[in-house]
Design a protein around this ligand. Structure first.
Ligand code: AMP
Length: 394
C-alpha cells in the first residue's frame, strides 16, 4: 500500500485539505485537493484529484455538517472511497500562531497542544479552528501522528529590533511583538528560488504575497529579515477585507467617540474594510479590475500605493534590493497589478518586460533591469506536507 500525508488548513467556516502520496524517492505528489466550506451556513464539500477531475461536490443542510469534526468525518468518508490503496501515515496542519518560540514545525503531543492553546488570545479568529481540527483528527484516528506547521515560524530569524514595538518593554515580554505571517508561503518561495531563479536566491529579495490576505517579506539568503505583518494579520498591506497599516488612534476614536464595541471594531477591521470597504463592490480583485466605478479604481490605487510604500521600507531594511517576487492569487494571476507595482518600483531599478509580464513570467524584468522581477506560484500545502514527511522520517 502506498503511503500518504493529509494536509489540513482549517479556517473559521472552512476546512481545506489535500492528500499527498509519498514516493520511495523524490517529491511528494498531490493526489486529492478539496475543501468543506460554508460551515455554519451552507456546508458544501468539493474535491478533485491531481489531474483536476471532480471527485465530489456535495451540499448539506446547515445542521448536518455543522463543525470541523463533522466536516472531517465527511472528508474521511470521501478519502476512504476515493483513495483505495493509500495508507495515511500522518497529518500536517497549518497553525497560524507558533508564538515567539516555535521556529520550526512541531510534532503534536498533549503538552504541545497546551502550549498552542496559550496562543489563542494572540490569534482568536484562527488558532481555535486550527486546534479544533487537530482534536477532531485525534478523535477519529488517535494513532495518526500530527504535525503543526506555523505561519509565524519562518519570521523567527528576524532580529529583535524588527520584532519590537515602541511600547513599554514589559509589553514585549508579554508577547506584544511583531510575529509576521504567511510564513509557509515565504518558506516555499525561499525553497523554490534556487531552482527557478538561482541568481537571486541568496540575494536581497522582497516577496509580495498578494492574495485575499496580503503581506510582504524581506529575505536575505532565503531567510526572513522583515515583514509587513506584525502582531496580527491586520497589519501592513491593504487586503481584501482588512485595512492594513493604520493609526492605532483610529481604534481609540471608534471606541471612545463613535461608541463601537470591541466586537464591532473587530468585524470592521477583519471583514468590512480593505478592497471591499473602499470599493463598496467586493473584495475580488478580478471584479474591481473589470469595473469602471470610481471607488473600485480608488481601492486598486490604494492597494498598489501601499505595496510600493512597503517595498521601499523593506528595501531599506535589506540595505538595497536585488529582486521582487510576486506570489498568491493576485500576484500570480494579475499582470495589471504586477505592472502597476513595477511602474512604481522603477526608482529602485525595476524595468518590467511587458510581454514577459503578460505571459506570466517566471522572469518579468528586461535584460538590463538592475532589480529583477519574478512570478513564483506559492504552495503552502506542499510546504506543510514536506515538513510532515521530514518530521515523521518518511
Ligand atoms: P488567494 O488568497 O491567494 O487564494 O487569492 C485569492 C484572490 O486572488 C482573490 O480574491 C482574487 O481577487 C485574486 N485573483 C485570482 N485570480 C485573479 C486574476 N486573474 N486577476 C486578479 N486577481 C485575481
Amino acid at each position: 500500500m502506498a503511503n500518504a500525508i493529509l494536509v489540513i488548513n482549517a479556517g473559521s467556516s472552512s476546512l481545506k485539505f489535500s492528500v499527498f502520496g509519498i514516493p520511495r524517492a523524490g517529491e511528494l505528489r498531490m493526489l486529492v485537493v478539496g475543501q468543506v466550506e460554508g460551515l455554519g451556513t451552507a456546508p458544501r464539500l468539493k474535491a478533485k484529484n491531481g489531474e483536476g477531475t471532480i471527485l465530489a461536490d456535495v451540499r448539506w443542510a446547515t445542521a448536518e455538517v455543522a463543525n470541523h469534526a463533522q466536516a472531517l468525518q465527511e472528508i474521511a468518508t470521501l478519502l476512504r472511497s476515493r483513495s483505495e490503496g493509500l495508507e495515511l501515515v500522518g497529518v500536517g496542519h497549518r497553525v497560524v500562531h507558533g508564538g515567539a518560540d516555535y521556529s520550526a514545525p512541531l510534532l503534536i503531543t498533549a503538552p504541545a497542544m497546551e502550549n498552542l492553546a496559550a496562543f489563542v488570545p494572540l490569534a482568536p479568529l484562527h488558532q481555535p479552528h486550527n486546534l479544533a481540527a487537530i482534536r477532531a483528527v485525534q478523535e477519529v484516528r488517535p494513532d495518526l501522528p500530527q504535525v503543526a506547521c506555523f505561519d509565524t515560524a519562518f519570521h523567527r530569524t528576524q532580529e529583535m529590533v524588527a520584532d519590537l514595538y515602541g511600547l513599554p518593554y514589559e509589553y514585549y515580554e508579554r508577547g506584544i511583538r511583531r510575529y509576521g505571517f504567511h510564513g509557509l508561503s515565504y518558506e516555499y518561495i525561499a525553497a523554490t528560488l534556487p531552482s527557478v531563479a538561482p541568481e537571486i536566491a541568496n540575494g536581497r529579495v522582497v516577496v509580495a504575497h498578494l492574495g485575499s490576505g496580503a503581506s510582504m517579506c524581506a529575505m536575505r539568503d532565503g531567510r526572513s529579515v522583515g515583514s509587513s505583518m506584525g502582531f496580527t494579520a491586520l497589519d501592513g498591506l491593504m487586503m481584501g477585507t482588512r485595512p492594513g497599516n493604520m493609526d492605532p488612534g483610529i481604534v481609540l476614536y471608534l471606541l471612545q467617540q463613535e461608541g463601537l464595541s470591541a466586537k464591532q471594531i473587530e468585524d470592521l477591521l477583519y471583514k468590512r474594510s480593505g478592497l471591499l470597504g473602499l470599493s463598496g463592490i467586493g473584495n475580488d480583485m478580478r471584479v474591481l479590475l473589470a469595473s469602471d466605478a470610481p471607488r473600485a479604481r480608488l481601492a486598486i490605487e490604494l492597494f498598489v500605493y501601499r505595496i510600493s510604500r512597503e517595498l521601499g521600507a523593506l528595501a531599506a531594511v535589506l540595505g538595497g534590493l536585488d529582486a521582487l517576487v510576486f506570489t498568491a492569487g493576485i500576484g500570480e494571476n494579475s499582470a495589471r497589478i504586477r505592472q502597476l507595482v513595477c511602474e512604481k518600483a522603477r526608482w529602485l531599478g525595476v524595468e518590467l518586460d511587458e510581454a514577459a509580464n503578460e505571459q506570466g513570467g517566471p522572469c518579468l524584468s528586461g535584460v538590463g533591469s538592475r532589480v529583477s522581477a519574478w512570478v513564483v506560484p506559492t504552495n503552502e500545502e506542499l510546504m506543510i506536507a514536506r515538513h510532515t514527511r521530514t518530521l515523521l522520517g518518511r
